[in-house]
Write a protein that binds this ligand. Structure first.
Ligand code: CO
Length: 294
């Protein structure tokens, strides 16, 4: 602990607010917790949504997410347990397994489905929506499947295992780097009694989501299935302590500071662009999308 408390408070991000999320269902009856809701989009710009799902009962996930369109942002699906198969309007498909991720840039639009590849057992994971800057919203769609083995990992002296999905941690570059929003997406596994420090640029919006155990950030306890919004207090790092075994996501990014117009699965900058999106969708333009696999 630094004895100069004014210096310490300037260096570390603190917890501004804890968020419990909202129980809901989406797709064909998949039960999930919407952790990052529409009301938080401005505060957590460039992130638009975070859904967490952890279902043991097949009735709560078996319907999956049948064919649906998207335009104007990126979806990042990260699996903890279970398997999901992806299909899109260009005929691409991929299988998401435990520890794997899929990074999809919906760009100008596509239609895809995400369906469970299992009939029983635990299905657990997350879907994050990351906004695209206005200039890239109509870019060509593409997607990338990232198997678990392709996600870089680093283990600290404290035994903290960090899976770097995007951005970088302790000089280790993650599986994905994106311009403009510069997203950081870490899955952090902390053994009891460990501490973990992650650099986060002062101007980036940041939050954590604990999905096992309990952690402490700047003296604030963050329980299982709680999001902690980190204060934009000028701090350039977050320090996390775990008294018990815990796992959490750390997510941060550079805000776009552009208008957000969301209509269901479409996220543009204004109402006219949403109207155009609906016309394009009705005209069948999304079915014809050429989706590149990177
Ligand atoms: Co989707």
């Amino acid at each position: 602990m630094n004895s100069d408390s004014s210096k310490t408070s300037a260096a570390w991000r603190t917890v501004e607010r804890l968020v419990q999320g909202v129980q809901t269902s989406d797709g064909a009856g998949v039960r999930l917790t919407r952790v990052l809701t529409q009301q938080l989009q401005r505060r957590l710009d460039p992130f638009l949504m975070l859904d967490a799902f952890r279902n043991e009962n097949p009735d709560d996930y078996i319907g999956g997410f049948p064919d649906h369109p998207h335009r104007g942002f990126e979806t990042i699906t990260y699996m903890i347990a279970g398997r999901m198969r992806h299909h899109d309007s260009a005929g691409n498909q991929g299988l998401l397994g435990p520890g794997g991720a899929q990074w999809m840039t919906t760009g100008s639009g596509l239609i895809h489905s995400e369906l469970p590849e299992q009939e029983q057992g635990l299905m657990e994971g997350f879907q994050l929506w990351l906004n695209l800057p206005a200039k890239d919203k109509m870019s060509a769609p593409n997607y990338r499947d990232i198997p678990s083995a392709a996600i870089p990992e680093v283990v600290s002296a404290d035994g903290v295992r960090v899976r770097v999905i995007a951005g970088s941690s302790q000089q280790l570059a993650g599986a994905v780097q994106r311009p403009v929003t510069e997203p950081l997406y870490l899955d952090v596994h902390m053994p009891a009694g460990s501490r973990f420090v992650q650099a986060i640029p002062a101007g980036h919006n940041a939050f954590t989501y604990t999905y096992r155990g309990q952690v402490s950030i700047g003296g604030t306890v963050v329980n299982d299935r709680q999001m902690a919004i980190l204060a934009n207090n000028g701090g350039t790092a977050v320090s996390i302590e775990a008294a018990e075994d815990a796992r959490l996501l750390i997510i941060a990014g550079q805000p776009l500071n552009e208008p957000i117009a969301q209509y269901g699965p479409f996220v543009m900058n204004n109402a006219e662009e949403i109207q155009q999106t609906l016309r394009d969708y009705q005209a069948g333009k999304f079915e014809a999308a050429v989706v590149q696999s990177l």
